[in-house]
Design a protein around this ligand. Structure first.
Ligand SMILES: [Zn+2]
Ligand SMILES: [Zn+2]
Length: 386
């Protein structure tokens, strides 16, 4: 029955997916995408709250059942990549979450609880969900779920903790024929890079860091008075990532001590590791089987990225599963993937993804035993570790 409800609105869903795809908007500028999603949700009886959680391109759409009960949120992402458009296929993520919510809303009168769509902007580089969490946007929500287009059908994939560090040094300019008159800020940056290379020897194998020099002076006959670098740091857990940041701070202090330059470190928002709820994942897998899709766990050695969904998974039971829309030779964040995200295959798969999400939410809303299983796992696996 839920499947039929999603099929009934398939043309509207395809139109929404294609419109967002053809009008790519980057982080925190996703105005059209929010307008189109909220208009469709409103026309199906949802109450819309936007701007939401302190972000102008965030929204919350809610529809209530016959009584109090669990509050299940479908998370919508809809930001594009600069220069590549929808090379991550977020037009499909938004459409699947909106489609699942509308499909399920047709039987909301029979259910206790709430169906919610949370519009989450700026996944690619703004950590929109972290800002939303900090502003209370996830308060009162009991379960979060979303589906991401991919080249494989996957459940239970994790994610790394990640942070961006901006490191700056301020020294003293001087003519290069009199270097002793100056304080070389670039030398301090170079010392920082070599110090970090030393840290690689003591860090765990899975620790990852990469940096670029964003400012290295203006001319070779001037001792640079200012130099700066930007690093992306990743680790398996936010706990280990915090330790790495402390190590890096010591390296920066050492570089300052050697050169006399004044350091400054700016830390970006941290995205945490991701805990995919296995009980929710298993339910999603069973539901996807009813639409003819086999879901698998990630093969050994498949690389994992970082996303702000990790932070959500630390506060409530969460799934972020993947459906295949292109062969494994097509890489995410490319023009080829963007093409795949508006193909006939993607239109077919987004209906299946929406159905899988809607059926999983229905299972949670009606099955108390499943809810207990989900929370038992969440409390044991996530709350204990963090
Ligand atoms: Zn992406
Ligand atoms: Zn993405």
């Amino acid at each position: 029955m839920i499947q039929q409800e999603v099929d009934n609105i398939k043309q509207d869903l395809w139109d929404l997916s294609h419109k967002i795809h053809q009008n790519p908007e980057i982080r925190f500028q996703e105005e059209k995408a929010v307008k189109w999603q909220t208009e469709l949700l409103k026309s199906h009886g949802f109450t819309i709250d936007t701007p939401f959680a302190g972000l102008s391109t965030s929204y919350k759409a809610t529809i209530k059942g016959k009584g109090e009960g669990p509050r299940v949120a479908f998370l919508a992402e809809y930001d594009a990549l600069e220069g590549v458009g929808h090379g991550c296929g977020h037009n499909m993520i938004a459409t699947m979450s909106v489609g699942a919510a509308i499909g399920l809303s047709k039987i909301v009168d029979e259910l206790d609880g709430e169906i919610i769509v949370l519009g989450c902007p700026a996944e690619e580089s703004g950590k929109g969900k972290v800002v939303m969490i900090n502003n209370g946007g996830f308060e009162g929500i009991d379960y979060a779920m979303m589906v991401h287009p991919s080249t494989r059908n996957l459940i239970g994939r994790g994610g790394l903790a990640a942070i961006v560090l901006d490191i700056e040094f301020r020294g003293q300019a001087a003519h290069s024929k009199e270097p002793a008159e100056g304080i070389n800020a670039l030398t301090a940056i170079i010392r920082t890079f070599s110090g970090i290379d030393t840290l690689r020897q003591i860090w765990k194998d899975d620790a990852r860091i990469n940096g670029i020099i964003t400012d290295g002076g203006t001319a070779p006959n001037i001792i640079p008075e200012y130099a700066a670098a930007r690093f992306t740091v990743r680790a398996k857990t936010s706990k280990y990532l915090s330790k790495m940041v402390e190590d890096i701070k010591r390296v920066v202090d050492a570089a300052a001590l050697i050169t006399g330059a004044e350091p400054q470190i700016k830390q970006g928002l941290m995205s945490t590791e991701r805990y995919s709820n296995a009980a929710m994942g298993k339910t999603f897998k069973e539901n996807m089987a009813t639409v003819g899709e086999i879901m698998e766990h990630p093969p050994e050695g498949l690389s994992v990225g970082s996303s702000d969904i990790g932070n959500v998974s630390m506060i409530i039971p969460t799934i972020h599963e993947y459906i295949a829309i292109a062969p494994t030779t097509v890489k995410n964040h490319t023009k080829e993937f963007a093409q795949a995200a508006i193909s006939e295959k993607s239109d077919e798969m987004l209906l299946k993804g929406a159905k899988g999400l809607a059926m999983t939410a229905w299972d949670i809303l009606v099955n108390e035993k499943l809810r207990k299983e989900i929370y038992h796992e969440f409390e044991n696996k996530v709350l204990e570790k963090s």
